[in-house]
Design a protein around this ligand. Structure first.
Ligand code: ASP
Ligand code: MG
Length: 416
């Protein structure tokens, strides 16, 4: 490479540090020295940070502690956005203290424009100019994650875990070479290592698989951030801020050399099962049930319908998130006359287990393997849902650990 070209190509890296990585002053100092090392390589570095671990929960607690009703949700965001204001300032000071020029930005100062859905706002656009200018001056830009500004110029927040999305969106807007997400785990695992001792760290995972894993309960990345990375082709790496190890790269399918049929097994306890018993089996019944639920903003996930032997009555089973269960039951009660059912049953002690892998597109037999593995352990399946690259089953919560370990072994994922 001619020397001139080499000098011109500055690498721009976005780093994101989660709440546990900035949980106290010592950790903030150690983040500062990690940033310093990146700067020493000659890279331009933009750093997105979360609030100190636990601080956003405390802020939410204060708002709820007022027992307020009918308040303006812009005020909720005004409170919640304060956690990140503290950490950006502290990190900028810690950087300056070790001789690294830096300045902090709140979301609005860094050009994050969002819609007006307070509490779960979407990023509409980022004006990268202020951050670019800071980097061009040879400074590290330290940006508050999780927040932006609405068209009404009110502060907004992006939903819990939203600073991942801030980081990926910024990386896309800046055209960064990489977005490194530093967290308290050293990568993405085949399953939750706290439950499955033989879980392995994945070197690479595809955007699609990561998207499924995140939305099916793996907590490493906010789901929206993965969708955004996929859409803008941002190379994301998940790695530990406490160790110097390579993490997991989230990449395009073409970049995976040796692809497994199954890449991971996710689980979510955030589920509840609802069964509507004895509805008449006629056109329009499903619409009568799911219409009012969706009007109330309740998301329905798995759906199973079974028809009685005489073909007159049907039972409909579906799942909602556990937090939505009371509201879902109230909606069904109100729509009882319109739907026409005998009874409604509910069970919050359930768990959804999902087997995920892009290799499932071209391989058959995983469903059979999954069902027979569970059957051999005497685990009953309440509902099933599938997509091209995943199979999910709903089982009793008490079987979560047993099912995860058995499926991990059966899918050939165990570390040796
Ligand atoms: N501080 C916010 C939260 O706790 C955003 C984040 O950590 O990603 O949800
Ligand atoms: Mg997080």
């Amino acid at each position: 490479m001619p020397l001139g070209e080499c000098e011109l190509s500055v690498t721009l890296v976005v780093q994101k540090y989660g709440g546990t990585s900035v949980a106290d002053l010592d950790r903030i100092r150690s983040v500062a020295s990690r940033v310093k090392r990146q700067v020493a390589l000659g890279d331009q570095v933009a750093v997105v940070v979360s609030a100190m671990a636990g601080s956003t929960n405390q802020l939410v607690g204060w708002v709820h502690g007022l027992d307020a009703a009918g308040y303006d949700t812009a005020e909720y965001d005004q409170v919640l956005a304060s956690g990140e204001q503290v950490t950006v300032g502290l990190l900028a000071i810690a950087l300056q203290t070790i001789g690294v020029p830096a300045r902090s930005f709140l979301g609005w100062q860094a050009g994050f424009r969002t819609d007006r859905s307070h509490g779960s706002a979407r990023i509409l656009e980022i004006d990268p100019a202020p951050v670019r200018e800071c980097l061009a001056q040879g400074k590290v830009a330290v940006i508050a994650g999780f927040q932006g500004i609405s068209p009404e110029r009110r502060l907004t927040t992006l939903g819990r875990g939203g600073s991942d999305t801030s980081a990926v969106a910024l990386a896309a807007a800046l055209g960064a070479q990489r977005c490194d997400i530093f967290t308290d785990v050293d990568g993405v695992y085949t399953s939750d290592p706290r439950i499955v001792a033989k879980a392995r760290k994945l070197d690479r995972i595809t955007y699609e698989e990561m998207l499924e894993m995140a939305s099916l309960g793996a907590k490493v990345l906010q789901t929206r951030s993965v969708a955004m990375a996929m859409q803008h082709q941002v190379r994301v790496q998940v790695l530990s801020s406490f160790a110097d190890l390579p993490g997991t790269l989230v990449v395009d399918e073409e970049e995976i050399v040796e692809s497994q049929i199954v890449s991971g097994i996710a689980y979510s306890r955030d589920e509840a099962r609802v069964t509507v018993l004895g509805v008449s089996d006629r056109p329009g019944v499903a619409a009568a049930i799911f219409g009012p639920l969706s009007d109330t903003g309740i998301n329905v996930d798995m759906i199973v319908q079974s028809v009685s032997r005489d073909g007159v009555y049907a039972n409909l089973t579906f799942t909602v998130s556990r937090a939505d269960l009371p509201r879902a039951l109230a909606v069904l009660e109100r729509a009882r006359a319109e739907i026409g059912y005998e009874a409604v049953g509910a069970d919050a002690d359930v768990c959804k287990i999902s087997v995920v892998g892009v290799g499932m597109r071209s391989h058959t037999g995983i469903a059979h393997k999954m069902f027979s593995t569970l059957a051999a352990k005497g685990i009953n399946i309440h509902a099933i849902a599938t997509s091209e690259i995943k199979i999910s089953v709903l089982i009793g919560e008490e079987y979560t650990e047993l099912a995860l370990r058995a499926l991990h072994t059966a899918c050939g994922l165990d570390r040796d």
